[in-house]
Design a protein around this ligand. Structure first.
Ligand code: TYM
Length: 339
């Protein structure tokens, strides 16, 4: 007698966990074009492919913001901004750093493998020492260790950021390497992921766009404000007369057009041949930015009118991360001989 074998069923593949990414943003009260083009666009895109964790870093912000009411308000505003710009709480986890206090504990443990000299040479520390000479608090020095802890606690491998965070990311990698060497491999050395605009210059056309410099375009601000900020932008400083040919490659306004519309070549050509003047190019950019962010502006206003909804999303985010953060802390405490 022969036994007929039934064809074996196709193997069922277990769903693969999505690789994990992490990023953080300070509750600075405003979201500017540099934040969006340099980082937030990537947050939104990557939430589809990765297990994405995004954090509003209020502990970090305490190094410069000391008013509790301002801190609370800005934290909520930043959450509303990120949601309005496309973060989907069904696709990613959005939370507030201080709602997961394990970040602070891990930071302390990581300070013990971090030489002070690494922190003293951090460019942002040197900058802050100049910008806020009356408030050089210890948090400014330890800032990169907390950033390393933010990433390490979730064992994230990729970090979407702008280029200004490159030095911090490098220190994060050095810190986890030092930990891994001393206590055994525990954390991945996370890599930065950049957008097509890793450094967005401010309206002065020289320094990176930043709230502390005051050269921002506040994308969720009123159309009038956006218009004023764009019209104040410095263009090609060598183009004096309207009839002078422009140099689109050095004109910040022209460079920004690249991200708003599909006629960038034409716009560059217009400047190069003096067919269009700087004022024309700015007016067009302002109109496009206002139009591009109009739905987000609307959504932002809706969210801010329902703060309980925002708070609920943030709370759920922090709760969802609890087991992950606690598992890492258990592992780290054991490896360091704390239990
Ligand atoms: P923050 O709040 O200064 O900026 C948030 C994100 O926006 C990017 N960005 C820019 N990108 C291009 N051009 C610009 N002009 C520009 N301005 C801001 C920043 O690179 C950043 O990605 N230290 C961080 C927050 C942080 C963090 C972390 C980031 C804390 N822990 C862990 C990553 C992982 C900061 O102050 O970002």
């Amino acid at each position: 007698m022969t036994t007929e074998l039934l064809p074996s069923p196709a193997p069922v593949e277990a769903p693969q966990p999505r690789p994990r990414i992490f990023s953080g943003i300070q509750p600075s009260g405003i979201v500017h074009l540099g934040n969006d083009l340099g980082a937030i666009r990537n947050y939104v895109m990557l939430q589809w492919e990765y297990e994405a964790i995004y954090c509003i870093v209020d502990y970090h912000a305490l190094t410069s913001t000391h008013d509790p009411a301002v801190m609370r308000q800005r934290t909520r505003e930043m959450a509303a901004s990120l949601l309005a710009l496309g973060l989907d709480p069904e696709r990613c986890t959005l939370f507030v750093q201080s709602h997961r206090p394990e970040h602070a504990e891990l930071m302390w443990l990581l300070t013990t493998v971090t030489p002070v000299s690494w922190l003293e040479r951090t460019p942002t520390y040197k900058e802050k020492k100049q910008n806020q000479p009356d408030d050089i608090n210890h948090g400014l020095l330890t800032y990169p260790v907390l950033q390393a802890a933010d990433i390490a606690i979730y064992k994230a491998g990729l970090v979407p950021v702008g280029k200004d965070q490159a030095a911090h990311l490098e220190i994060s990698r050095e810190i986890v390497r030092a930990f891994n060497n001393r206590y055994g491999v525990t954390f991945p050395e996370a890599e930065a992921v950049y957008t097509e605009a890793p450094v967005v210059l401010g309206t002065d056309g020289v320094r990176k766009m930043s709230k502390s410099v005051g050269n921002t375009i506040e994308i969720l601000g009123s159309p009038d404000e956006i218009c004023k900020q764009v019209m104040s932008m410095v263009t090609d400083t060598k183009r004096i007369l309207r009839t002078d040919p422009g140099r689109p490659e050095v004109c910040n306004v022209c460079q920004m057009h690249r991200f708003f519309g599909d006629d960038w070549e034409e716009i560059q050509d217009g400047e190069r041949t003096a067919r269009t003047g700087c004022v024309d190019t700015k007016k067009l950019l302002a109109a496009r930015i206002i139009e591009h962010y109009a739905p987000a502006r609307e959504r932002y206003a809706e969210l801010m009118a329902h703060p309980a909804e925002i708070d609920g999303i943030l709370e759920a985010g922090a709760d969802r991360l609890k087991p992950l953060a606690q598992a890492t802390m258990d592992e780290v405490r054991t490896k360091m001989g704390l239990r």
